[in-house]
Design a protein. Structure first.
Length: 272
């Protein structure tokens, strides 16, 4: 119904996302895949995980596991139920580690303008600014928050990448205020007001293009670690027929064949 408004915007125009919500979108002083010296204790190993729950009636769910030593990390993600297509291609989904605020996902009453959706500016006081951009290649700092062409896309995908995390992002995960957010919502699941609205970040974009779709707070992992192996970067593209399985009642989503094993997400209730 309302999808035509979103599909009328060129894909690269989605690059107006997120960073214009300054001051909440503050840059990290050590951001990037390879830039800056790592000052965290390189002998310290750690592991954090998050369940990604839907925001804004998106139906988007997923799992995140981040394990590392010092500043060096490997990020594993699965996402399912996301907005699928954009101009006959996979809908790009910006995804980030946020930090420096409350370390929680915004509740529904964070919606201040009453349109039934929590937008980026309304959510930032809860999950904080961008610490790392989970791109599929190239830079991973907050500077790449807008690099939509370097994010995964489609309704279902897997993500695995080795990257360097800034000291303050690692510290935020340790103190419980690191949050992973995936953006981009199908406008047909929104209220009429929200589906017809323009983004608060750029009025040339529909609101759906920049809305948070899924969110989860990173906590200390109970797993011993992921299996050995896997590529530095990678995504699985976004159709219903991808290699991950979601049971009709919301069952288990596999994290794909990463090395010799698979990581399964918890049973998920329907979004209220």
């Amino acid at each position: 119904m309302r999808k035509s408004q979103l599909l009328a915007v060129p894909t690269l125009a989605l690059g107006a996302m997120l960073m214009t919500a300054a001051p909440a979108m503050a840059h990290s002083s050590h951001g990037g895949e390879t830039d800056g010296a790592a000052t965290s204790d390189s002998s310290q190993s750690w592991s954090f995980q998050a369940d990604l729950d839907p925001m804004n009636n998106s139906g988007t769910v997923g799992d995140v596991l981040i394990e590392g030593q010092g500043n060096q990390a490997t990020v594993y993600m699965t996402v399912d139920g996301a907005a699928e297509t954009f101009m006959d291609g996979p809908f790009p989904h910006a995804q980030h580690i946020h930090f420096g605020s409350q370390g929680i996902c915004p509740p529904a009453d964070a919606d201040q303008n009453g349109d039934g959706a929590v937008n980026v500016e309304e959510g930032a006081p809860f999950y904080g600014g961008i610490g790392s951009s989970l791109t599929i290649e190239g830079d991973t700092s907050a500077d790449s928050a807008l690099a939509v062409e370097r994010f995964p896309g489609g309704s279902s995908y897997t993500y695995e990448r080795n990257l360097e995390l800034p000291d303050d992002v690692v510290a935020s995960m340790v103190d419980g205020t690191g949050v992973v957010v995936v953006h981009g919502v199908d406008p047909t699941v929104l209220s009429e007001e929200a589906a017809n609205a323009q983004s608060e970040l750029d009025d040339s974009l529909p609101l759906a293009a920049t809305l948070p779709a899924a969110c989860g707070t990173l906590t200390g992992s109970q797993m011993d670690g992921m299996p050995e192996g896997g590529a530095d970067t990678g995504i699985g593209g976004g159709s219903e027929g991808s290699g991950m399985a979601m049971a009709a009642g919301g069952g288990a989503l596999a994290l794909g064949a990463i090395g010799a094993g698979a990581y399964f997400m918890r049973q998920r209730p329907s979004e209220s």
